[in-house]
Design a protein around this ligand. Structure first.
Ligand SMILES: O=C(O)CCC(=O)C(=O)O
Ligand SMILES: [Fe+2]
Length: 335
């Protein structure tokens, strides 16, 4: 499986309808075949991305007690703030009724990463957990503007998807996203003995699909992301990092929205891609930083089959559902 590449250069300022249609078609083809695509020449400046990685390195380098001044609230309802290593466990498990036992079992193989989650300050149900500003002065301002930069790029991608899906309104998807329900994650995977990962005593991020409409991922040069080849289930293919490109993937909600035409593909993070990323006699993996940005429709947005994705032969498979109810169904096993 080759990861498809879509070149977005001049997407946002081109007046050439045929050109836009071609890019949009390539994007939709990739989302149907693979569910993952590398977007190059997008409109997020290199300097902005470098700055984002710089801030996250400074954030995670803070002493534990400082980071704990913005802790992730207990429980699963609020998804903001700092999560220390082992707190979060990504999984595909849905609630069974015996949640405590399932939770304990899932944590026998801890995820060795720390996370800082950020959303929109306009989202009252998901209050941001900011550090006191004197701890990392400037962080909040930069990250807030980065959040909205990412939202802008994400909406360009949603527009391209709408055009590629032959929707009359190119804002059909993006207008259900005010931007206030997106989520920005700063992820720091700690160094760990490669052998512990190989023998599955610990994990970095276990195989999962994302929930939202689309995810855009920025990664450092360490590697480790692997994507399932949907034509060979069970086979995971490394997606090596390419500086400044965005890895975009379809989430479960967009798969449902598109009547399963666009695919939400399993992915995971394990060993770094190259052996030079494993160091010393203890074979420690290098640390890794990544930034996923999840685009999510608004709470009350009703997700019902995209008109161009159904026909008489292919009727809508799913009932309409609000985004809030969809998330409720998915969230209860995370914390
Ligand atoms: O760190 C990565 O490269 C991927 C993380 C991821 O898949 C997620 O947070 O959903
Ligand atoms: Fe993911």
């Amino acid at each position: 499986m080759e990861l498809p590449v879509v070149d977005f250069s001049s997407w946002h300022d081109s007046q050439d309808g045929a050109y836009r249609q071609r890019v949009a078609q390539e994007l939709v083809d990739a989302c149907q075949r693979v569910g993952f695509v590398r977007i190059t020449n997008h409109s997020l400046p290199e300097a902005t991305l470098n700055e984002a990685f710089g801030w996250m390195e400074r954030l995670f380098a803070l002493p534990e007690e400082e980071k704990m001044k913005a802790p992730h609230p207990a429980g699963w309802a609020v998804h903001r703030g700092y999560s220390w290593p082992g707190l979060e466990k990504v999984s595909q498990t849905l609630s069974t009724g015996n949640d405590e036992e399932v939770r304990k079992k899932l944590r026998e193989v801890p995820d060795v990463k720390e996370v800082y989650d950020i959303g929109s300050d306009n989202n009252a149900s998901q209050p941001n957990q900011w550090l006191p500003d004197d701890i990392l002065s400037g962080f909040r301002d930069f990250i807030t503007s980065f959040y909205w930069d990412c939202d802008r790029v994400g909406k360009e991608v949603l527009q391209a998807l709408a055009i590629g899906l032959n929707l009359e309104d190119e804002n059909y998807l993006s207008k259900k996203h005010s931007g206030n329900d997106n989520q920005l994650r700063l992820l720091h995977y700690l160094p760990v003995p490669a052998q512990d990962l190989e023998e599955e005593r610990v994990s970095r991020c276990a195989a999962h699909t994302d929930w939202s409409s689309i995810t855009m991922l920025f990664q450092d040069d360490c590697g480790g992301l692997e994507v399932e080849d949907i034509s060979h289930p069970g086979t995971f293919v490394p997606v090596p990092p390419v500086k400044n490109s965005i890895i975009m993937n379809v989430g479960d909600l967009l798969q449902r929205w598109s009547n399963d035409r666009l695919r939400s593909t399993n992915h995971r993070v394990s060993l770094p891609g190259l052996s030079d990323r494993i160091e010393g006699p203890g074979r420690m993996t290098r640390e890794r930083y990544s930034i996923p940005y999840f685009m999510s429709p608004d709470d009350d947005a009703v997700i019902e089959c995209i008109p161009s994705c159904m026909s008489e032969e292919e009727p809508a498979k799913y009932e309409p559902i609000t985004r809030a109810n969809y998330n409720k169904m998915r969230a209860s096993m995370m914390y």
